[in-house]
Design a binder for this molecule. Structure first.
Ligand SMILES: [Zn+2]
Length: 110
């Protein structure tokens, strides 16, 4: 008998494409451009939810309210539970700052 969890995972897997890097790239709607954008979104029981958070919950269980789900592969659209890590907001912020700084440095150099 398929459980609700299996149904949700199946629903998500129908909309991801697996890359050579092992990322599961979400093909559905996202939270848009700009700050806080670019995250995968889906409809679950009439609510819009973040797909990577749903996947994390399916595989690892409940996410405490203050915790964020970070992508160890830095790809926001990735839904592979092996690439997801639960972190505090502060830690996520630090990592994002570091990633932004690296991106800026790269865009400056020829
Ligand atoms: Zn990934």
């Amino acid at each position: 008998m398929a459980t609700r969890r299996d149904d949700i995972i199946k629903k998500i897997m129908q909309r991801v494409v697996k890359t050579e890097d092992g990322c599961w790239i979400w093909q559905g709607p996202t939270s848009g451009d700009g700050r806080g954008g670019g995250y995968p979104r889906m409809n679950l029981d009439g609510q819009t939810v973040a797909v990577h958070r749903v996947i994390f919950t399916c595989f690892f269980g409940f996410i405490p309210g203050k915790k964020q789900i970070d992508h160890t592969c830095r790809n926001r659209l990735c839904c592979n539970p092996e690439h997801l890590e639960m972190v505090t907001h502060k830690k996520n912020q630090l990592r994002r700052d570091l990633a932004n700084r690296q991106a800026r440095t790269q865009s400056i150099s020829p």
